[in-house]
Design a protein around this ligand. Structure first.
Ligand SMILES: Cc1cc2nc3c(=O)[nH]c(=O)nc-3n(C[C@H](O)[C@H](O)[C@H](O)COP(=O)(O)OP(=O)(O)OC[C@H]3O[C@@H](n4cnc5c(N)ncnc54)[C@H](O)[C@@H]3O)c2cc1C
Length: 406
């Protein structure tokens, strides 16, 4: 198939997407039920993705050999543009589809892709990302979870933390230390983990907003088949960096395309309802938010265009992620101003703004903090001198990190 669609082909495909979305992207209603662990939302996301698979619209650019559709990047762009006009049904699959599936597709062997990709694309299985540890977040290369080879298996021991949706996942992608005698970035490998394997224990973390969306995970003598090594041995750091780039695109540039200003639209509606839309300061701030959301959309579209051109996401993904977070913070404060005292109420007339305000804090941490995004933009986009890392060439087992400090 040619890489570019004719106008007639594009129109026909767009109409197919719209027809599907009108029927299936009807929004997620919790019917007043609490969903602290996200399982109801995940159920809806899986149902939507299953229908998308049945309609031949899931995994558009992935090979049909592995459960995709072998269609063009133009198809993908059109799908994203149309999906952006409807409620997001698949936010619970952001990590599985935005990060794990691209990594499996890019680095998996034929056997791994044959075994896992089709189920992951269709969301018959859901995947999580296990990078962060209590002593390794921004500096994730200091991780201490270890994988030791024993015959045909790798034996994993250690702890991960902040693992989003792990409790709802079938598989995960983990990075672990496979050679402690070399520099910290050089002795890390990536593996596929069966979340139901003996020795994997998932414990929920209670959040300030009442949710329990992420977890601590403990690994005690977990046996991972040698065939579950993803990519080359001790090349895990390069792959982790690639996965973090996918993450920043998934978080910052979303699953949709086109210019959007959803936060502004929501706050205009609220300000109108509360009779505050004529206040000059509120109008000025709404306009600023509109400009920033529009700019963020344009940055995302450029990042997506790079992806569609076949490039692995680069440091530009950090721009989209940072600006998205800054917009969320701006909208949080503006919303509080518009709602007034009702904004701090847990229930009632505040439109759940208190929950949004608390949840908004996560944006500047997940997928790398704002400071880390600024470092990446400084080093790798603007070409400023790199952050000094005195531990770079020291063997990992001589470093004072995590519990090795004692
Ligand atoms: C909602 C949410 C979901 C998450 N989901 C996952 C997940 O699914 N899987 C996973 O593996 N992890 C996940 N994380 C973890 C996340 O990746 C880490 O929290 C993040 O990388 C920061 O690490 P840390 O919490 O250890 O903070 P630290 O690294 O300890 O940072 C503490 C502070 O120091 C600053 N800092 C650190 N280093 C530098 C530096 N070099 N220059 C300037 N400032 C610096 C940071 O900006 C921050 O303000 C999630 C986090 C959140 C909030």
């Amino acid at each position: 198939m040619s890489d570019t669609l004719s106008p007639a082909e594009a129109d026909e495909f767009r109409a197919r997407c719209t027809a599907f979305l009108e029927e299936h992207a009807t929004g997620i209603s919790l019917d007043g039920q609490p969903d602290p662990r996200g399982s109801i939302r995940m159920g809806h996301a899986k149902t939507f993705q299953g229908a998308l698979t049945d309609a031949g619209l899931a995994g558009l650019t992935y090979s049909s050999e592995y459960g995709g559709q072998s269609l063009t990047k133009d198809h993908e762009r059109i799908w994203r543009e149309e999906y952006g006009k409807f409620p997001n049904m698949t936010s619970e699959l952001t990590i599985s589809h935005g990060m794990c599936v691209p990594m499996l597709n890019e680095y998996g062997t034929h056997e791994q892709k044959s075994a896992y990709l089709a189920d992951a694309i269709a969301a018959r299985t859901v995947w999580c990302q296990m990078f962060s540890e209590p002593g390794a977040g921004s500096d994730v290369a200091s991780l201490q979870t270890k994988a030791e080879r024993d015959g045909d298996v790798w034996v994993i021991n250690g702890q991960k933390v902040w693992t989003t949706t792990a409790h709802l996942c079938d598989y995960g992608i983990i990075i672990a230390r496979t050679d402690p005698a070399v520099a910290k970035h050089a002795g890390i490998s990536m593996f596929i983990i069966d979340m139901n394997a003996p020795g994997v224990e998932v414990r929920p973390i209670n959040q300030i907003d009442g949710g329990q969306h992420f977890n601590e995970i403990f690994f005690t003598d977990v046996e991972v088949p040698a065939a579950h090594l993803l990519g080359d041995l001790n090349n895990g750091w390069n792959m982790a960096t690639a996965m973090l780039m996918y993450e920043r695109v998934a978080i910052g540039s979303g699953s949709t395309s086109g210019v959007r200003h959803n936060l502004t639209d929501q706050l205009i509606e609220t300000a109108t309802k509360l009779g505050r839309i004529d206040e000059p300061v509120i109008r000025d701030q709404l306009m600023q938010l509109y400009i920033m959301e529009t700019t963020a959309s344009l940055v995302s579209m450029r990042t997506r265009a790079d992806l569609q051109a076949g490039k692995t996401p680069g440091p530009g993904g950090s721009l989209g992620k940072l600006i998205g977070t800054l917009n969320m913070n701006f909208a949080r404060d503006l919303g509080m101003e518009i709602y007034g005292s009702a904004g701090v109420a847990w229930d009632g007339d505040g439109g759940n703004w208190a929950r949004f305000a608390l949840t908004s804090l996560q944006g500047g941490i997940a997928g790398g903090t704002n400071e880390i995004q600024r470092n990446i933009i400084g080093d790798r986009v603007l070409g400023l001198p790199r952050d000094v890392d005195v531990s770079k060439n020291v063997p990992f087992n001589e470093l004072k990190v995590g519990t090795q400090r004692d």
